[in-house]
Design a protein around this ligand. Structure first.
Ligand code: FE
Ligand code: FE
Ligand code: ZN
Length: 281
């Protein structure tokens, strides 16, 4: 099982510090943002102690191909009302792919975008146009994992059909995969208590081989609420049993699974949650 959590990336040890943090949770993978998730200021990653981090990873059998990078959530390729915002996202993502490449990671998670009340169809056209431009001159083997969204506000990517429409219109569609977020799919209305049926539907519409990452989160809200509020494992409406079943599903044994559950009283819950989830019942 490839299981880890979101980890911080901060001075003075940067990537080396992120790997140490992951190890302190008993994880064998991790997810990082290359800078603050809520803004686009980025430091040159040459100072990130990447080589030292990789040495430590190797000593503990962690693999670079399982490391997940998350693009900042302020990027919105779908903003047709402010074309400069969409274009800024395009330029940012081009640079982000270079950073991911420098790091040696293979998976970049991206929220497809919000149509900001212009309507889903227009939002998706802008997302497609933006992604095509991002990938046009990028020849790396990094895959962009479009995240399944909760459908809060004007988010695109709430249904598997929307995600399929985006992918099929990308010229380099083999560079596009998906990040299955359990809180988001639940909030979007997919009944994870019948995980096999949800995966069957996913496979029919998107192909299960295109699931590159899982985000494992419980939800503070009932199914279909479209709220996107993550809850600690076993404390929410999805519940422990379903999440445990998902992380142990043999079909996804080599797919990295990342916790993005909230801190509890200022402390990361990941060590305990990873332990709980790893346990065979
Ligand atoms: Fe996300
Ligand atoms: Fe997520
Ligand atoms: Zn979320």
């Amino acid at each position: 099982m490839i299981l880890g959590s979101h980890c911080s990336l901060k001075a003075p040890h940067y990537f080396l510090g992120s790997v140490k943090e992951a190890l302190s949770y008993g994880a064998n993978t991790l997810m990082i943002y290359t800078g603050p998730p809520s803004n686009s200021k980025r430091k040159d990653i040459s100072s990130f102690k990447i080589a030292e981090g990789k040495v430590l990873m190797e000593a503990y059998g962690m693999k670079m191909e399982h490391i997940v990078i998350h693009a900042p959530y302020i990027i919105n390729l779908g903003n047709s009302k402010k074309p400069e915002t969409s274009q800024f996202g395009v330029e940012f993502l081009k640079e982000e792919l270079k950073r991911v490449n420098q790091l040696g990671a293979k998976i970049l998670v991206l929220h497809p975008g919000s149509h900001v009340q212009a309507g889903e169809a227009i939002g998706m056209e802008w997302i497609i146009r933006g992604l095509n431009e991002v990938l046009e001159e990028d020849d790396s083997d990094i895959k962009i994992a479009l995240e399944t969204m909760a459908g809060k506000g004007a988010e695109c990517g709430r249904t598997f059909e929307q995600l399929a429409y985006i992918r099929k219109n990308i010229k380099k569609s083999d560079r596009i995969g998906f990040c299955f977020d359990t809180c988001h799919t639940w909030d979007a209305g997919y009944d994870l208590s019948n995980f096999d049926a949800v995966i069957e539907e996913f496979d029919r519409i998107l192909g299960i081989e295109n699931i590159l990452v899982f985000h494992i989160n419980d939800s503070k809200n009932p199914i279909g609420a479209r709220k996107d509020r993550h809850e600690n494992i076993g404390k929410g409406y999805i519940g422990f049993d379903i999440l445990h079943q998902i992380v142990h599903d043999p079909r996804f044994e080599t797919v990295p699974k990342i916790l993005e559950t909230p801190y509890v009283d200022g402390n990361a819950p990941y060590k305990e949650e990873i332990e709980m989830l790893k346990k065979r019942l």
